[in-house]
Design a protein around this ligand. Structure first.
Ligand code: PFF
Length: 452
């Protein structure tokens, strides 16, 4: 396998933006604000921060490290790094394969709504500061089965064509252009939102914690978000790690990505919550929050239609980097393990997602009543992936590196074979992933699922 030259990222900056492209996405602009809003604001933010530092970052470091050490897809990586006689570890890669398809099934649907909103912004249909009008426009989009599915397929078509172009020419090239633009636009939005009259209560909501809202279920949600945000626990960082350069400083790169990703989430929160309060919207609106609030923010500013259109274009584009990384997990597995060409592997992946995406896209219409554990397909896919498969994958990756792979190899890999002088850091990471991280994930997972 892969004896010819394997595709990969071409420069240190390329690695950074592509990895950031995976982390930054709808998670920052849609999931983070809606979960923070629904779970009481600042208290949730604090728990999410702790989960990111204690759990997210260590898992991200070792997951990326494994991928680079093996230079293979998520399944074959375990074939290469696990000791002979322990083939069971490959199951972690297959879990990632399943999680990638599940996430894509609903994620591409939400991206589809964003694409649709670009046109609604241009036509002026969402130029309103009235919550009722905004809610009606959003409701009519998501409850229409035809438009839900068509927009999802547009998303799959666009990202599918990019992924076919490969890692350097597709993923990296796109991320280089889009990430800087995204930051600039978010800053513009924040400036606008903060200067609205009545912005203060929104900031208080975001930054002054109320711990009474923190329940075990909320802890699990925050942990799930930390995994989802950093694209970890499911082989995405493993796959991207396999494209990292040999001289890339993995702990430094992943820490930068984590910090930049966090800044995007905070900026999104700062752009959204002051406006939510200023216009009398409900901060606990859930997944629809962004689709009703952002239009209101823009409608309130001069030249709003233009800014609103650009914003939705950029949100759509932000989703691209994340979707590309989700696609890359199955595409790499299918092409490297089954010998399919990249185009064919991409096509099969897109088709599988289009199928799985049908019940998710119709969750507000035809499949609204298909409930499992009280959840419609959209919520179920989200819950199963973020709150179950990703944390479980995270525990297994920690146990593997901490107890099977071992310290000497970890030190060699994270120290770039002795060229980086980061022994204390490697020791800290080793300690965390051996004990602290897997035990915290297990406790939160079991408690959140009401096992104890
Ligand atoms: N991190 C992405 C976001 O926050 O939008 C979503 C995501 C991408 C999750 C890739 C998981 C993944 F493997």
């Amino acid at each position: 396998m892969n004896q010819t030259k394997r595709d990969g990222f071409t420069s240190t900056f390329g690695v950074l933006v592509a990895t950031l492209g995976s982390a930054v996405g709808l998670g920052n602009i849609w999931k983070f604000p809606s979960l923070t809003g629904a779970n009481g604001g600042a208290g949730f933010l604090l728990v999410y921060l702790i989960a990111t530092l204690l759990v997210g970052l260590p898992v991200m470091i070792v997951e990326t490290m494994l991928g680079r050490a093996a230079r293979a897809n998520a399944v074959s990586t375990f074939e290469r790094v696990a000791p002979r006689g322990q083939p069971g570890w490959q199951a972690v890669g297959w879990m990632g394969f399943a999680a990638a398809l599940l996430i894509m099934a609903f994620y591409s649907g939400v991206a589809g709504w964003v694409y649709a909103y670009i046109f609604k912004a241009i036509s002026g249909e969402i130029a309103t500061t009235d919550p009722k009008v905004a809610a009606a426009v959003f409701g009519s989009l998501v409850s229409n089965p035809v438009s839900s599915l068509l927009w999802q397929w547009v998303v799959l078509g666009i990202t599918g064509s990019i992924i076919m172009m490969g890692v350097a020419k597709g993923i990296e090239a796109v991320a280089r252009k889009l990430m800087p633009l995204l930051f600039i636009l978010l800053l513009v939005l924040c400036a606008r939102s903060l200067t609205l009259p009545g912005a203060m209560p929104g900031l208080t909501f975001l930054f002054s914690p109320d711990f009474s809202k923190i329940t075990p279920a909320v802890l699990l949600t925050a942990l799930g978000l930390a995994f989802f945000k950093l694209s970890i626990g499911m082989g995405t960082m493993l796959t991207y790690g396999s494209y990292f350069r040999d001289d890339q400083n993995i702990p430094a790169t992943t820490t930068r990505v984590m910090l930049a990703d966090l800044s995007v989430s905070l900026l999104a929160g700062i752009a959204i919550f002051p406006a939510v309060f200023a216009f009398g919207f409900e901060p606990a609106a859930g997944p629809s929050l962004v689709f009703m609030t952002i239009p209101a923010v823009f409608t309130a500013m001069p030249g709003g239609t233009v800014f609103m259109t650009i914003f939705f274009i950029l949100t759509a584009i932000a989703s691209v980097g994340a979707i590309l990384s989700l696609l890359e997990v199955p595409v790499a597995i299918l092409s490297e393990r089954f010998g399919f060409g990249r185009k064919r592997a991409s096509l099969y992946t897109i088709l599988a997602i289009a199928l799985l995406g049908v019940p998710a896209a119709l969750s507000q219409s035809l499949s609204a009543e298909w409930k499992v554990f009280g959840m419609n397909p959209f919520d179920l896919f989200d819950f199963l992936s973020s709150n179950l498969l990703l944390p479980l994958g995270g525990i297994l990756i920690c146990v593997f590196v901490g107890w099977v792979y071992g310290f000497p190899e970890l030190e060699k890999q994270l120290g770039n074979r002795g060229t980086l002088h980061n022994a204390w850091l490697v020791k800290t990471v080793f300690f965390l992933i051996r004990f602290v991280t897997p035990l915290s994930i297990a406790a939160v997972l079991l408690h959140g699922l009401k096992v104890f």
